[in-house]
Each structure stands twice: as C-alpha cells, then as structure tokens.
Design a protein around this ligand. Structure first.
Ligand code: ADP
Ligand code: UVW
Ligand code: MG
Length: 394
C-alpha cells in the first residue's frame, strides 16, 4: 500500500517541509520545500523530486501568525499539486523531548502540555516546533500529528555521559546532558550501515556541522556521548550560539554586568558563536569569503573546538573506526574538514586531499586506518520513517 507523509521542521523564521511517498521500506520525497520569513515578507519555494524548482510564492504577512499562515499555503500547494493524494500523517521535528520521550509520539493535548514545559530548555526551537504542531492541527484537523525528538537518539547514554556534577536532586528532576541533532545522527548512521556496514558496527564519531553544530560518539549504531548538553548551547560554537562556556562567565554577566535572564539568553543564543566572534556573519560561506582577521579567527576557533571534541569522543569510544561529516558546513566546507583533520595521523586518519576538495563520499586515503565519510543528512526522511512507525503502533 502506498502512503503519504508530510514532514515539518518549524523554526523561528523558516519552515522546512517535505512530502514523502512511502512504499514498504522505500521513502521517496515527491517534493521538498522551504518557507522563509524576512520582516513582513514571506517566501515559499518548492522543489520536485529531481531538485528542480516546482513552485514559488511570495506574499506579505497580514498580521497572521507565521506558522498558521505558512501552513495554510503549504496545504493549498499540496492540494493543487497532488490532488489525488491522501496524507496519512504529519511528522514534526521537535528539538527537546525531556526525560519523558525516548521515541516519537502521536501528539495529544497532554503531550503538548509537557512540550510547553520544555520551552526554556530550547528557546530557539521548541516554541516554534509547538507552534508548527498547533498550526498543523488547525489546518489539517483530520491528519494525525507525530512529534519526533532530537533528544530521543541519546536517551540511552550511560549515566556518566548524562550527568553534571551538581547535587543529585538536579539530575533526578531532569537537569541532564540530553544531546540533540538525534534525527540527523540516526539518519547518517542508517546510511553508513548501507555504505560501510563494518564501520557502522564499530566506533564512529559524527560531526553534524550546520547552523546548529554538535558531535556524537556512536558505538554499534547507538549514541554513547554527545557534545551538546541540557540545552542546544553547549559544545561546539555555532552560527550564533556560544558553545562550551565556563558557567562563571554567566555569573559574571549577572553580578558585574547586571544582565538579566532575557539579555543573557539573547547574548548566548543569538549574538555569540561565529557571528559574535567574527562580527561579520553567522554563515560559514561569508566568513570564508571575508578577509577580516576576526572572521578567520572565528573559523579557527570553530576548527579548534571540533578537534578537541574529536579527541575527547575518540577517548570515550577507546579509539575510532570512522568519522562522518554532515550538515551544511560538514557537507560543503572542505576547507573546514581539511583543517579539522590536519595532523590527525596519530588517531589513524590520513586525508585524501583531492577527494576532500570534491566532497566525495569517502575522503580518507586508502591507507588511512580510520575511514572518513561525507554523508548528506536528511532529517526529513528520518521524520517520515518515524511518523509512519508511530501511527502504526498507535
Ligand atoms: N557551500 C557551503 N560552504 C560552506 N558553508 C556552507 C555552505 N552551505 C551551507 N553552509 C553553512 O551551513 C549552514 C547551514 O547548515 P544547515 O545544516 O543547512 O542548517 P540548519 O541548521 O538551518 O538546518 C550555513 O549557515 C552555513 O554556515
Ligand atoms: C538542535 C539544534 O541545534 O538544531 P539546529 O541545528 O536546527 O539549530
Ligand atoms: Mg540544523
């Protein structure tokens, strides 16, 4: 039986969506799309299954909520482009699932109530993920909604990789290292199983380097440790997020700079990372093109933190068999990959520079003991897979 699923990844200023046709184990994206918001301007662009532009719309917001407005347009496009299709379910990327969810779940009112309590733990993502679900419920009242969590993949971490050294009661109430980008790690792991099954069964470090960035140690397909923690702020520096930070800095901001919680949230989530360090841009493409010394230093810091994390995660795994790069930077910025892997022969990596420059699937040399891969991630396909599985058991 052929089934159809819509996936939604709602952010603060964009919604990524896709329509999948599912036949048994085969998931084919019939179309993928993006709605972007710039000021009052809205822009919707859909690409077909060959990646060719299939539909575009630009409009000015009429005071309506971004998600409701955009979802109505997505629905109208779906009805006119694929009138014969009946959608079985809508799957949503939800960044934080807290302690309660270690698997995707069909959305009900109690689920939404719980997700609302997690908003302070993911202020850049969770409110928009919830708004996307609510708008989809309104727009498509007869379609089941499934929440797919970024944290779920990491929920089996051993205690030491899950805890902070705070009094125990904080751990019990959920102050833990959750880890994020789980849908991406799960997808990449499943691709690695197809491409290189022996490596996939071994010790793998995946670097998801996008606008948000994290790294994950994976053994036999299971997450063992992640660079991200309680929130999606920790670990690597990101487009606008600070990454690892001495908590003493936060105390200093409060006590000496009299900064309140909202100002600190803004500083650490929206004004730091590559953007804050460079003063030029949050975007790696603009930093690479810039001749500003601060832009070059921001890249240097990004590379430095990835190298530190790689060493740390390799130690957790007691050695590594494979490294995988994914995400916008991981898939395209060969220069960053080259600098991350420079002088890493001690860990067993020998780079094939020309394969790396063309972003080939395997970028390590034939002699390299550790195999290094570039695998384009596909969070949408993972959401589609989880969504159908969740409605099948519900
Ligand atoms: N060709 C490229 N070269 C270098 N960096 C790139 C390139 N394309 C995208 N990027 C980087 O990837 C980021 C987007 O990553 P992506 O994983 O698509 O983000 P998101 O987290 O929004 O899904 C951009 O902000 C930019 O820094
Ligand atoms: C969790 C996270 O950082 O997500 P994104 O990369 O989409 O910002
Ligand atoms: Mg991302």
């Amino acid at each position: 039986m052929t089934r159809y699923v819509v996936t939604l990844n709602a952010g603060s200023s964009s919604i990524k969506f896709a329509l999948f046709e599912v036949e048994g184990e085969d998931h084919a994206a019939l179309a993928t799309g993006l709605v972007e918001m710039t000021g009052a301007q809205r822009h919707l662009a859909v690409h077909d299954n060959a990646g060719k532009p299939a539909h575009q719309e630009t409009w000015t917001a009429a005071g309506d909520g971004f998600h409701t407005d955009a979802l109505r347009r997505i629905l109208a496009w779906r009805q006119s482009a694929f009138p014969q299709i009946e959608v079985s379910a809508a799957g949503h990327r939800v960044v934080h699932g807290g302690t309660r969810y270690d698997a995707p779940v069909v959305v009900t009112d109690p689920v939404l109530d719980y997700l609302r309590t997690l908003v302070p733990l993911a202020p850049l993502h969770e409110p928009h993920n919830i708004a996307g679900i609510e708008a989809a419920q309104q727009a498509w009242p007869h379609v089941r909604q499934v929440a797919c969590f970024d944290t779920a993949f990491h929920r089996a971490h051993p205690f030491v990789n899950d805890t902070f050294a705070l009094p125990r009661r904080f751990y019990e109430e959920g102050v833990r290292r959750y880890g994020f980008h789980g849908l991406s790690y799960e997808y990449v792991t499943s691709r690695l199983r197809q491409i290189a099954p022996l490596h996939a069964a071994g010790r793998v470090v995946v670097a998801h380097l996008g606008n948000g960035a994290s790294m994950c140690a994976i053994r036999d397909g299971l997450s063992v440790a992640s660079s991200m923690g309680f929130t999606a702020l920790d670990g690597l520096p990101m487009g606008t997020r600070c990454g690892q930070l001495d908590p003493g800095v936060v105390l200093y901001l409060m006590q000496e700079k009299q900064m309140g919680a909202d100002a600190i949230v803004d500083l650490l989530y929206r004004e730091s990372g590559l953007k804050g360090l460079s003063g030029v841009s949050h975007d790696m493409r603009e930093l690479e093109a810039s001749d500003s010394p601060a832009a070059q230093q921001a890249i240097e810091y990004f590379v430095f933190r990835i190298r530190r994390e790689l060493g740390g995660l390799a130690a957790v795994l007691k050695g590594i068999d494979a490294i995988v790069f994914c995400g916008g930077i991981g898939e395209h910025a060969w220069h960053v990959r080259e600098r991350v892997l420079e002088g890493m022969e001690w860990i067993g990596v020998e780079l094939d520079r020309s394969a790396n420059r063309s972003s080939a699937q395997v970028i390590s040399s034939d002699r390299s003991r550790v195999r290094v891969f570039v695998i384009p991630t596909n969070e949408e396909e993972m959401i589609a897979r989880h969504t159908l599985a969740a409605i099948d058991v519900a």
